[in-house]
Design a protein. Structure first.
Length: 209
């Protein structure tokens, strides 16, 4: 009998069942602790080259549409100005989630490359809040479901993320992450996506309690 060759990348997730359960439980705790009327802020991490792409607006629109209604969308261009320099340590404390837009290694592929800054941004939130990879042809994917590999150089390491080949948008991890990011309205109305609102005039200030 010949052994059947299997593709180790042909999976719906790279996370172990126990990891998925812990992730879902953590997301449920976040959702349960959300205060009605409190903002839900998600930062879109993208390199300047990515944001200068003619496809950037369509990518940003797709990301926005896949996130829950009412989520406030932040990214480098609407949070950093000459008067407000980049200060991730201050900004991160007011965030509820992160979406990483990596460089696609090959058009239509599932491999994404993150630079040193995006890697550090991811590491600062991955154990505490929902962190999602934007797959250009797959949509949002929790990073926990991806295979990761640190790349050289050691002084400024990059990160490679591989999306699972059989990824499905109805996955329990994605639904849990989106649930954790869903704002609770003080009324019964449906929220709308916004780019920047009044209380983000000073995005590095502590979030409202």
């Amino acid at each position: 009998m010949h052994a059947t060759l299997t593709d180790p990348l042909d999976v719906d997730t790279f996370a172990k069942p126990a990891q998925q359960l812990r992730f879902a439980a953590a997301m449920e705790r976040i959702a349960a602790s959300r205060t009605p009327g409190a903002p839900a802020r998600v930062y879109i991490s993208a390199a300047p080259r990515t944001m200068n792409s003619p496809k950037w607006d369509s990518w940003l629109t797709q990301i926005t549409e896949e996130l829950p209604d009412g989520v406030e969308i932040l990214h480098y261009r609407n949070t950093v100005t000459n008067d407000r320099p980049y200060d991730w340590d201050s900004l991160v404390e007011g965030l509820d989630g992160l979406v990483i837009v990596g460089k696609q290694k090959r058009a239509g592929g599932r491999v994404y490359l993150l630079g040193p800054i995006a890697r550090l941004e991811l590491r600062s939130l991955i154990a505490r809040k929902p962190v999602l990879l934007y797959g250009h042809n797959l949509g949002l994917i929790p990073v926990i479901d991806c295979k990761s590999q640190v790349l050289a150089p050691q002084d400024a390491p990059r990160l490679k993320l591989i999306a699972p080949k059989r990824w499905k948008k109805d996955s329990t991890t994605l639904q849990a992450a989106l649930h954790a990011l869903t704002p609770i309205s003080e009324d019964t109305g449906t929220g709308q996506h916004t780019s920047v609102v009044d209380h983000l005039a000073h995005p590095f200030a502590a979030p409202p309690r």
